[in-house]
Design a protein around this ligand. Structure first.
Ligand code: 3PG
Length: 214
């Protein structure tokens, strides 16, 4: 299956903001997933940027049934297969390679590849992908870029990520081609490190109340 678009959209439309997190231990991942879900952000993208990531993803899948655990920063087929084996509900990449697309083709797990330019978007469409991560959103042109490509690629839907916060998220949610945004601002490193789970639940509540157009 190329993308499992129906299930992917179901997940992405379920909440306006997908927390993008990097955790130092499995226990931290579990506590964080619980705190975010308690604030209404059930879906969480745990990035493979720390040594504990795979263990944390497995622990969240096992111990936090209220969470929808995705794996992010997937760069290779080997990583795709590893998180698929653990049982993640979706897989995210900052970009795409032919090897990664091949791995996704053989899997039922929904895959959200990244694209940042019109040519990358066209290449993804050619491979059957219409729901894309737009990364790094703010750095490559932000909401203005997404607005200008909307009439060119009317079928495409995006989850912009990178440099988004409560200050600029409104510009993305005004666009019909934005399904949700990704961001780390709902799980700030200092709050995670100090175990301020109540504070994170509060940030999640504020984020989950945001309204979008797309
Ligand atoms: C990602 O991988 O999606 C980003 O690193 C998240 O970006 P942010 O930290 O600027 O929200």
């Amino acid at each position: 299956m190329a993308q499992n678009k129906t299930r992917l959209l179901e997940i992405l439309k379920g909440q306006p903001v997908v927390p993008v997190v990097a955790v130092e231990t499995a226990e931290e991942g579990v506590q964080l997933a619980r705190a975010l879900a308690a604030g209404g952000l059930r879906s969480i993208e745990v990035t493979l940027r720390t040594p504990a990531a795979l263990e944390a993803i497995a622990a969240i899948c096992d111990e936090v049934p209220e969470a929808i655990c995705g794996a992010g920063t997937i760069l290779t087929p080997k990583q795709f297969e590893a998180v698929e084996r653990i049982g993640v509900q979706y897989v995210v990449s900052p970009g795409a390679t032919m090897e990664l697309l091949d791995a996704a083709k053989d899997s039922d797990v929904p895959f959200l590849p990244g694209a940042a330019t019109p040519s990358e978007m066209m290449a993804m469409m050619q491979e059957g992908y219409e729901v894309l991560k737009f990364f790094p959103a703010e750095q490559v042109g932000g909401a203005k870029l997404l607005k200008s490509i909307a009439p060119v690629f009317p079928a495409l839907r995006f989850c912009p990520t990178g440099g988004i916060s409560m200050d600029n998220v409104g510009s993305y949610f005004a666009l019909p081609n934005v399904v949700c945004v990704g961001g780390s601002w709902v799980a700030p490193k200092d709050m995670v490190a100090s175990g301020d789970w109540a504070g994170i639940t509060q940030l999640a509540k504020e984020a989950s109340a945001l309204q979008r157009k797309g």
